[in-house]
Ligand binder design. Structure first.
Ligand code: ATP
Length: 135
């Protein structure tokens, strides 16, 4: 079976590195499925789940907080500000972050940075969905 190397890297270090059969990523302009030998492309990613089909048929999911995907025929590189493999997600932390962001968004205070709170909420919901396999 043909495989392609996938690397997911954040400023804190590598999060995922494997030879895989397929990657599905959500770019800001839509979902893409990438197989080995794909034509080169670079695209910005949504706060979303990266779905990976391993060479042995098993599936893996990684939460990414945006970033970029760079596809080359033999290698896929994902550079993200933060990324977590599903099993490593601290669900209590993500739920607390969701609650905090929701409270901020409901606040009437002028001091609230709504865009920032919306992004924090999106990251938290994404982590919860990835952890729960709800993707
Ligand atoms: P929080 O408010 O809980 O810090 P956040 O969305 O602001 O959430 P980020 O700034 O995106 O957090 O991430 C900071 C670091 O913490 C990154 O290394 C990220 O992978 C990690 N991280 C954030 N939330 C979780 C989580 N629920 N489980 C595991 N790692 C997490």
């Amino acid at each position: 079976m043909k495989t392609v190397q996938v690397n997911i890297v954040t400023p804190d270090g590598p999060v995922y590195d494997s030879e895989v059969a397929m990657v599905i990523a959500k770019t800001v302009s839509g979902e893409i499925g990438v197989l080995p030998g794909h034509i080169p492309l670079v695209a910005p990613l949504d706060i979303s789940a990266i779905k990976i089909k391993e060479a042995d048929g098993s599936n893996n999911v990684v939460a990414v907080s945006g970033g970029f995907i760079e596809v080359r025929p033999e290698k896929i590189s994902i550079l993200a500000p933060a990324a977590e493999v599903a099993e490593t997600i601290d669900i209590a932390r993500a739920k607390a972050a969701k609650k905090r962001a929701e409270e901020r968004l409901q606040s009437k205070s002028d001091d609230i940075d709504f865009k920032r709170a919306e992004l924090a909420l999106k990251r938290a919901i994404n982590r919860i969905n990835v952890h729960e396999g709800n993707i």
